[in-house]
Write a protein of this length. Structure first.
Length: 326
């Protein structure tokens, strides 16, 4: 293949990658809609409201019926549902939690008010997003930099640091420093994420380690092709389906579910749980991130064992040329 043919191949490949990125990022955003979104409806008119929702938007909501208002509020605080519709005593009242998802809070408010007629339903934001970021724009925007920085750190460690042990040192250093610095900016300077600083910094550090570790681990285990596999997985699948700006139940399925098993989606869910819900619902995303981190370390171990075996293998000696007979 000459230079012209290689240039044509690179151009076509780049165009295909561009098309894939447009699909990955634009398609989820263009198809935002409730899909089995967990909500609670309680009170004497609960069954009628549930029936109207099912008739108006089939398969949009997964409805539970707690015993009373207190139980509905507890379900929201425990991240079991995104909101609740309370009936009885006049027009329905709506409980939302913009801390869980401003996009869902807006949709629930609109749906409930359409069903209630006049007067409009009273809406209470029981777990609000940060006052400096009421629409969750800054929160959603902070996940992508964490992922991109993790990829960049992983690439640098893979290409510049030859020793597996030194790569581990670099990953741990990046995780600790990255977590502290990122939260110092997001919480200390911008003040857009509430919650305990050190816990949030630990979450950001775990995300940084998991993303960078995946890149370094795959590169160590299978070579430079691992860098591309890890980067494309995190950017083309993990980031657009992370639901950082919406909710997993608003994305096309099964991609909304799959996104929660990748570091970007798990990072968004874990940060929300820590920042707004005192850790409620944190177990699953925490286990996802820890699993990615453990797998990354395991891949580094595989690469280290392979390199050690190659170094210990005896070098075949070349037998001397036979002396010709006189």
């Amino acid at each position: 293949m000459n230079s012209t043919q290689r240039a044509l191949a690179v151009g076509i490949g780049a165009a295909l990658l561009q098309a894939l990125m447009l699909i990955a990022f634009a398609w989820p955003a263009a198809n935002i809609a409730p899909r089995d979104l967990p909500i609670a409806i309680t009170g004497p008119q609960a069954s009628q409201i549930a029936g109207k929702l099912a008739e108006h938007s089939p398969d949009a909501f997964e409805i539970t019926s707690p015993a009373d208002e207190a139980a509905a509020r507890a379900a929201i605080a425990d991240r079991e549902v995104y909101g609740a519709i309370l009936t009885g005593g006049g027009a329905p009242r709506v409980l939302v939690a913009s801390g869980a998802s401003p996009a869902v809070a807006q949709q629930l408010t609109a749906v409930a008010q359409q069903l209630s007629g006049a007067p409009a339903a009273a809406v209470e934001d029981v777990i609000a997003a940060d006052a400096d970021d009421p629409r969750g724009v800054a929160f959603g925007a902070m996940v992508l930099p964490l992922v991109m920085a993790g990829i960049a750190a992983g690439v640098l460690l893979s290409l510049v640091i030859p020793s597996v042990t030194a790569r581990v040192v670099g990953l741990v250093t990046f995780g600790i420093a990255g977590g502290l610095v990122s939260m110092a900016i997001i919480q200390g300077w911008m003040s857009v994420v509430p919650g305990p600083f050190l816990t949030l910094a630990a979450v950001a550090g775990l995300v940084s380690f998991a993303v960078a570790g995946t890149v370094v681990g795959l590169a160590t285990a299978i070579g430079r092709a691992g860098i591309g596999i890890a980067a494309l997985t995190m950017l083309l699948v993990g980031n657009p389906f992370s639901a950082a700006t919406s909710a997993p139940e608003l994305l096309p399925q099964p991609w909304g579910v799959i996104g929660q098993y990748l570091p970007p989606g798990a990072a968004a869910s874990l940060l929300r749980s820590v920042a707004f819900f005192d850790g409620a619902g944190a177990a699953k995303p925490l286990m996802v991130l820890l699993t990615w981190a453990v797998v990354a370390v395991a891949l580094l171990g595989v690469g280290a064992l392979r390199d050690r075996g190659a170094a210990a293998a005896p070098v075949p000696t070349q037998s001397p040329d036979p002396v010709p007979a006189a």
